[in-house]
Design a protein around this ligand. Structure first.
Ligand code: G3P
Length: 217
């Protein structure tokens, strides 16, 4: 499973990148706002730091305007994935941008039919939002499973990018179902390393080690 980091926080990306945990980065207008930085400047810095795709999102609503914004964002670096929303105009923009050779991430996907359309329109990535479905008492993970089945039925090459990952269980379930990628905030990726029995076991080992009076270095 590929790990994308869902943030525009350069320091957090750098730390995870040094650990080999970053196969890509996703941003959106809210994350750019949170970073407090200029979209072109921060996206360029991230794209130069990592090898994988860096998603940068258009904000226009009409297809031609989305395509124009997408082309501009794609000029920031060769590894930019243009992110467009899953609207009818977004699908048109996806088709156009992907036919020009751009990597396109279709975002704000909340149904399997939407994901099917994105694959038909040539999306490289489809981003189903798990947490936001869970927020309204729907089953976000079932959506990942449904898309997995549909894409496998027809050998679509669009990669499933599980997004709006809020918990370590979201990460585990998305991996178990076979999502190609998950994009998660840095803190969720860090939490995946935690287990209370690891902490307890380490404490016991260190207490016993102290009793030996030995040193390794
Ligand atoms: O990847 C999409 C993500 O940024 C949305 O997450 O937690 O705002 O639903 P959230």
């Amino acid at each position: 499973m590929k790990f994308f980091v869902d943030t525009a926080d350069v320091a957090a990306i750098a730390e995870l990148n040094d650990l080999g945990m970053v196969d890509g980065v996703t941003t959106n207008p809210s994350l750019i706002m949170k970073s407090g930085r200029d979209i072109t400047e921060v996206t360029k810095e991230i794209a130069e730091m990592i090898e994988g795709p860096v998603s940068a999102e258009v904000v226009a609503l009409e297809a031609d305007a989305m395509v124009a914004e997408g082309r501009k964002l794609a000029q920031i670096a060769p590894n930019i994935a243009v992110k467009v929303p899953l609207t009818w105009d977004g699908l048109k923009a996806c088709r156009q941008l992907s036919s020009e050779g751009h990597t396109v991430n279709v975002t704000l996907c909340f149904s399997a039919n939407q994901a099917l359309l994105a694959a038909k329109a040539g999306a490289s990535f489809i981003s189903p939002f798990i947490g936001r479905l869970d927020d309204i008492n729907l089953d976000g993970m079932q959506l990942i499973a449904d898309i997995r089945q549909i894409y496998d039925n027809y050998d679509f090459e669009t990669e499933i990018l599980a997004a709006s990952i809020r918990t370590v269980n979201h990460a585990f379930e998305a991996a178990r179902i076979g999502s190609d990628i998950m994009t998660a905030p840095p803190e969720v990726i860090r939490k995946m390393a935690q287990h209370p029995l690891t902490d307890k076991g380490l404490e016991a080992f260190l207490k016993d080690w102290e009793k030996t009076g030995q040193k390794i270095l």
